[in-house]
Design a binder for this molecule. Structure first.
Ligand SMILES: Cc1cc2nc3c(=O)[nH]c(=O)nc-3n(C[C@H](O)[C@H](O)[C@H](O)COP(=O)(O)OP(=O)(O)OC[C@H]3O[C@@H](n4cnc5c(N)ncnc54)[C@H](O)[C@@H]3O)c2cc1C
Length: 304
């Protein structure tokens, strides 16, 4: 059995109970987590994970919540956020070493300011490095994995540095998804600041024009099937604008579901089911979710 008193004996960071996750997710839906923890630093993070592992208690990492759908019932376990504790970014000779709590936007900006090219296509993705490595985030034909050399993770309870290998990353998936990402090292090429800034500007403008950023959303809900786009299949199935409660298939981008105000996770799940069934009937293709479901089943990082 775990207890708040026991945790408070060693944890130096913040801990709170029954914390609504809606305010920590981009979609602005989701019930409470039993515990919400912000470790003070890496040592604190390792200690709390050791404690949960020893007590067989359910826990998960949460970055900016820009790719997770949390159930209305919430999460019966502990959510750990490291945005304030693992927030360093540094240059080591030709490498950029970035801690997992750093926002992608800050990482991209650091690289551009240092005239380093190769990650500018990630501009506008609203996550952390930890979430991006776990998801193998990408855009415009590039992925975070492209220039990544090595990651430091908690794997099976121990801190390890692991080199990227050929099969470490696939489309929106990484072998580190079941670990805790602590930091990532990138080897980047030289680039002109002006050119990189212009590319970033172009990509951000493109996002503003094509994505419904005026509403809470989770980016692309579904992975693109081979040789086609989920957005195109959803549009061809006549689903743009379709609503369940306040959850709506965006009028602007078929692969986005938006929260018009008071959507419940249950509305979004119904809409997801409707999209999958209708697209399958219309095209014969079964869409696969890109977003991670939290509190609906046994989603957690117990194995790390
Ligand atoms: C408007 C919008 C646009 C988007 N555009 C894109 C896009 O172009 N391309 C793209 O790939 N994605 C996109 N996304 C999705 C999302 O931003 C990315 O997947 C992002 O990398 C998730 O980061 P996060 O910190 O928010 O992770 P979260 O959503 O908090 O978590 C996602 C997963 O990562 C895990 N995780 C988080 N931190 C860690 C850690 N330190 N160690 C291990 N696991 C961890 C979580 O447990 C969860 O399984 C978009 C989302 C939005 C809302």
């Amino acid at each position: 059995m775990i207890s708040l008193t026991d945790i408070q004996k060693f944890l130096r960071g913040n801990i709170a109970m029954d914390v609504p996750l809606a305010k920590y997710t981009w979609m602005k839906v989701g019930g409470p987590a039993d515990f919400y923890i912000e470790p003070a630093d890496k040592k604190d993070l390792i200690a709390i994970i050791e404690y949960f592992r020893a007590n067989h208690y359910l826990w998960m990492m949460l970055g900016r919540g820009s790719n997770v759908l949390v159930s209305d019932e919430g999460f019966r376990g502990a959510v750990i956020n490291i945005e304030n504790s693992l927030s360093g970014i540094r240059r080591e000779n030709s490498l950029v070493v970035v801690e997992a709590g750093v926002r992608i936007t800050k990482f991209v900006d650091f690289c551009i300011q240092n005239e380093l090219a190769g990650v500018e296509m990630l501009a506008g993705i609203p996550g952390t490095i930890g979430g991006a490595v776990a998801m193998n985030a990408g855009a415009h034909g590039g992925e975070i994995a492209d220039h990544l050399l090595e990651v430091e993770v908690i794997h099976n309870g121990s801190v390890q540095r692991i080199q990227k290998e050929k099969d470490s990353f696939t489309y929106r998936h990484s072998r580190f998804a079941d670990d805790v990402v602590l930091e990532a090292s990138f080897a980047l090429n030289h680039g002109e600041k002006e050119t990189l800034s212009a590319i970033r500007r172009k990509f951000i403008l493109q996002r503003n024009e094509t994505q419904p950023l005026e509403y809470p959303n989770l980016g692309s809900m579904f992975k693109n099937p081979a040789n086609t786009y989920a957005a195109k299949l959803i549009e061809q199935a006549g689903l743009k604008g379709k609503r369940v409660g306040d959850a709506q298939v965006s009028e602007k981008h078929g692969n986005f579901i938006v929260n018009l105000g008071n959507a419940k996770a249950a509305d979004i799940v119904k809409l997801i089911d409707l999209i999958k069934r209708t697209v399958y009937q219309n095209s014969g293709l079964m869409l696969e979710l890109e977003v991670k479901m939290v509190g609906f089943s046994s989603f957690a990082k117990e194995a790390a």
